[in-house]
Design a protein around this ligand. Sequence first.
Ligand code: C5P
Length: 412
Amino acid sequence: MSDPTSLQGRRILVVIGGGIAAYKSLDVIRRLKERGAAVRVVMTAAAQEFITPLAAGAIAGERAHTDLFDARTEFDIGHIRLARDAHAVVVAPATADLMAKMAGGHADDLASTVLLATDRPVLIAPAMNPRMWNHAATRRNLAQLIADGVQFVGPNAGEMAEAGEAGIGRMAEPSEIVAAIEPLLRRPAAGATSGTLAGRRVLVTAGPTHEPIDPVRYIANRSSGKQGFAIARAAAAAGAEVTLVTGPVALADPPGVMTRRVESAPEMLAAVEGALPADVAVFAAAVADWRVEKASKAKIKKEPGGVPKLAFVENPDILATIAHRKTQRPRLVVGFAAETENVIAHARDKLERKGCDWIVANDVSPATGIMGGDRNTVHLITRAGVESWPDRAKDDVAEMLVARIAAALGGK
Ligand code: C5P
């Protein structure tokens, strides 16, 4: 359900790049209009191979702009006004080529010129073939765009338009793109955390891990990843450069967050180490304590003689490993403790054992509904003492934690 006023009075410039996902941009425009936004459209030449300026203009309610040297555009608006009049700019689909142009500061057509001329928040929704997305050049361009303050949403995993191709590269859904625009337009409220982590690198782990038994079976737990994702989102909203390392969850990549998806604890540790250095690391993942010593390469068959004997080994403790590092230890290491009894006492003990600076402890006994739910009641345990935060939404827990982190790091 859309709130017909959530974007009332906001002006959004939609830049459409040349990819098959361009047809979904029409739906993005429609949804923005539905929420009360005024929408202007710029299309690249390649975009016009997929959808017509007439269609985009009809939905936006004004002519779509296509040419840098179009006398009509230049006289009535001009490319600089196109860039500046908007409250936010959305590039959907952001093709590999358009991302490369943005990262390189090119300005050889209307779309790239407007993107270079704007000083407004920019959100890109990348869409391309998975190999192009994974190419070193695209990774480099994405890293540059993130460093330049560009936000991104998606791409998602799934089937590609090309027959038989699948992987990460599908443009985020229009509803996800619109949801990612709204925070860009939020005017910072008094006391908001916006910008308080600017220039900081934050690493967050989230979700469960899956420890394979054989190619089709695994050991897992009920973590939904919601709290960790909320922390990553809140840290990004506060201006941090965020890497989120997550086990398998059914959540979309948070906008503007470098998201790395892993399966098992050893993979999570490798991804976390690969994301250092960081100023802050928040370990919200529910990492499996044990894994099967030798996962079978083939599916274990049901034999009449009895059940298989599985031998377990301990997983690396990712939090303790990072907290005890001699080099590149983040200045602030925050662990989570999910307990079902003696929550605070166990959390205090964990703080010492794991060598972290803070523990966010919560009671996950089934009656609380916290596992998989949207609310959380936590205690923040530091060496200075314990603070108990009354029950609140996981998003609010995340915002409070981010505000605390910003305060602890102080000015740069
Ligand atoms: O020992 P326990 O699992 O309760 O500790 C919870 C904290 O430790 C969480 O922050 C969790 O992310 C982290 N942890 C970890 N690696 C493990 C086990 C737990 O990073 N193998």
